[in-house]
Write a protein that binds this ligand. Structure first.
Ligand code: GLY
Length: 495
């Protein structure tokens, strides 16, 4: 794009190694390094990921966005030691507001653990510099075709729209103006917030879906790859209460999603890292990740990451709070391992592969390897003793089921709460029991609608309700939505 050369920053921009110059497909590890080095060369302090357990926010279950560790720098509550930072932040979304757990394994995009790449300005640069740098990275260093990129801006953000025109040379139809929360990012009910601009990649017309703002936007064709937030306000109890003293920048790029784009695939599970983890799971179970078994291998690969990183950061399985969420994740994976026919504990055997892939970027993972393996193994031994009891209960409950029959709420709750039966597996078993001929289609229906728009920070996953195709008792929702604060009832219930 001609306009790139016209921007004031290009002349002094240091040369960073470009993925473009390489013959081989960039690996996920290389993409992470390219991002961090790019911003380091622009005066950003490289900051190692904070632990998954928030250090500065008791209201948050897990760190779920790159800006969380920097929250106090944005609000002015703490003085930043550097004016600019860049990081690849470990994030978990498996409980509370951003809860993707039940979709994971069945969709192309949902993960419980992911890395969010970000660049941050704490009252230093603002819109123009952020947009220019973002455009430069994606089109120059990542070498994405500008014709397949488009952006959204907040509905009345004329300034951002004008910058995009200047920097990218976009015509109006490539700059979609969106009202409401889609282009106004907030950390939660409390904390810094502001309008944002999102960059979208067009996967091409072989993938169903329309551009952002269109009736078909929920399809998978146009995916958001990067969100740049113009932090300007602070919220309390979901109300904007003040303007930030210094406007700032917070950006979030999902590393795994960017890797799908740069590796030319459509699912995160087809990227190099996940292919390696899935291959390890295939070897360990002597099964192929094909057909009905594919989601199980995908669940195992994803949950191996979230469980291992949570354990490395000091979370251990328990019946309350963070430990309860970890236990649900672990048991969901273990249940899928059982479904694949694994007769002995499986998850701990996959840890060495994970450490080989991610230990260099996250030394804390390598340091905790033995503890992670032991924790996974003990939990899987324990889970297996309750599994057969839960299955017997389930099989009795669904005997004679006909299409449309509903599992009673008490059984559903007991299965989940007492036996740790993951929701999707109970549903799969129920579908198989009640709808032998249509179970496949039934299983597809909910995950695909939920996958429709798993935007960074704002997945609009629908919960299973009678209205969207799953006859469910309301009890389902309780175990699927672990509260931020531990529940006493729950604390007593899991064996
Ligand atoms: N904090 C920006 C994002 O999560 O999209």
């Amino acid at each position: 794009m001609a306009s790139r050369a016209a921007t004031p920053y290009m002349a002094c921009f240091p040369k960073a190694p470009r993925l473009k110059a390489r013959d081989a497909m960039p690996s996920l590890n290389e993409i992470r390094s390219t991002f961090l080095n790019y911003f380091a060369a622009d005066g950003h302090e490289k900051v190692h990921s904070a632990p998954l357990v928030p250090q500065n926010d008791p209201t948050l279950l897990f760190v779920n966005a790159g800006m969380v560790p920097f929250k106090d720098y944005f609000t002015g509550a703490a003085k930043p030691p550097y004016p600019r930072a860049t990081s690849s932040q470990k994030c978990v979304r498996a409980g509370g507001k951003h809860n993707d757990l039940d979709n994971v394994g069945y969709t192309a995009r949902h993960l419980t653990f992911f890395e969010m790449l970000g660049n941050f300005s704490f009252g230093d640069y603002f819109k123009e510099h952020a947009i220019e740098r973002a455009w430069n990275l994606v089109t120059r260093d990542f070498d994405l075709d500008p014709k397949r990129l488009m952006v959204t801006v907040y509905i009345d953000d004329d300034e951002a729209a004008a910058i995009w025109k200047k920097v990218a040379g976009f015509s109006d139809d490539k700059i979609v103006r969106i009202a409401g929360s889609d282009n106004f990012w907030a950390m939660g009910e409390n904390g810094p917030c502001g309008p944002c601009t999102e960059i979208f990649w067009d996967h091409g017309d072989s993938v169903p879906g329309g551009p952002p703002g269109s009736p078909d936007e929920d399809g998978d064709r146009f995916v958001e790859i990067w969100n740049n937030v113009f932090m300007q306000f602070e919220k309390e109890n979901d109300e904007i209460v003040r303007k930030l003293e210094k406007p700032s920048i917070d950006t979030g790029m999902g590393l795994e999603r960017m890797t799908t784009v740069l590796q030319g695939v459509h699912s995160v599970y087809e990227t190099d890292l996940f292919k390696t983890l899935i291959a390890a799971s295939e070897d360990a179970t002597s099964t192929r990740a094909e057909g009905e078994r594919k989601p199980s291998h995908q669940v195992i690969a994803d949950h191996l990451r979230s469980s291992s990183f949570l354990i490395a950061d000091g979370v251990t399985p328990s019946n309350e709070g963070r430990g309860y969420v970890l236990r649900r994740i672990m048991r969901r994976a273990m249940r899928h391992a059982h479904l694949l026919g694994a007769s002995d504990p499986l998850m701990h055997r996959l840890v060495p592969t994970l450490v080989a892939e991610m230990g260099a970027a996250y030394p804390e993972l390598a340091r905790a390897q033995a503890f992670i393996e032991d924790t996974l193994k003990q939990e899987e031994i324990r889970f297996r003793t309750t599994l057969s009891k839960g299955m017997a209960l389930f099989d009795t409950a669904v005997q004679g089921f006909r299409p449309g029959d509903m599992l009673d709420g008490q059984t559903a709750f007991t299965l989940s709460d007492t036996y740790g039966f993951p929701l999707d597996l109970t549903r799969t078993r129920r579908a198989a029991a009640a709808f032998p001929s249509t179970s496949k289609a039934s299983r597809r229906r909910w995950p695909s609608s939920a996958s429709a728009r798993a935007r960074t920070g704002r997945a609009r996953a629908r919960r299973p309700t009678p209205a969207n195709g799953w006859p469910c008792a309301t009890a389902w929702d309780r175990p699927s939505s672990p509260a931020m604060t531990p529940s006493r009832d729950r604390a007593r219930s899991w064996p």
